[in-house]
Ligand binder design. Structure first.
Ligand SMILES: [Zn+2]
Length: 195
């Protein structure tokens, strides 16, 4: 993969994971909003969102944070709720592979394990670790992110909520149990569902 910023110390993210935020703004708020968005972000992020960076490139994690915080500042209520929606959108944006897993009967614990195994396609640091705690309850921990941020954890929560909409049957409930960015010792989520 190409390097966008070799000096990144807070971890890096696949450029495509940042770019999809632009697609979210366009779908939810329209083309004029995209222009506003591009006008508000830093020049480096603007070039990334504008397509100047290979989607397979690794970019500094802070661009991911800025892209999310800025869309919430401009189009949301400043509480990062819209970041959760953007994560939800990202899950459904390229959903074919996830849908086919559910069609093959992959159950939620297995699905979360597979998603955790793909973590490093999106982030070059940290890990998504899952523990089955009951027949229909799974805990997930976002572990060892160098720079935990609410925008990232909420994005992951939204992604999980979105991707599980592809699963036939009952809704999955995602609860955040703790977050390092909010002073917690860990970043932990609980997934519950009915078979
Ligand atoms: Zn967190």
């Amino acid at each position: 993969m190409a390097e966008f910023d070799r000096a990144a110390t807070g971890g890096r993210v696949a450029a495509a994971a940042v770019r999809v935020r632009r697609a979210f703004v366009e779908e939810r708020f329209g083309a004029a909003a995209v222009e506003r968005y591009l006008g508000a972000v830093s020049p480096q992020l603007r070039s990334l969102l504008g397509g100047a960076v290979d989607p397979d490139a690794w970019v500094d994690f802070r661009w991911f944070v800025e892209a999310n915080v800025q869309l919430d500042t401009l189009f949301g209520d400043g509480d990062l709720a819209l970041v959760r929606d953007a994560g939800h959108f990202a899950a459904l944006h390229n959903a074919g592979v996830w849908r086919s897993m559910f069609e093959k009967g992959v159950d939620p614990p297995k699905f979360v394990e597979i998603a955790g195994g793909l973590w490093h396609k999106h982030y070059d640091s940290g890990a998504l670790v899952r523990t089955v705690v009951a027949p229909e309850v799974v805990h997930m921990e976002i572990r060892s992110m160098p720079r935990p941020h609410r925008a990232h954890c909420l994005s992951v929560v939204g992604w999980i909520e979105g991707v599980f909409e592809l699963r036939p049957g009952a809704t999955i409930i995602v609860d955040e149990l703790s977050c390092r960015a909010s002073g917690g010792a860990t970043c932990e989520l609980r997934l519950g569902w009915a078979s």
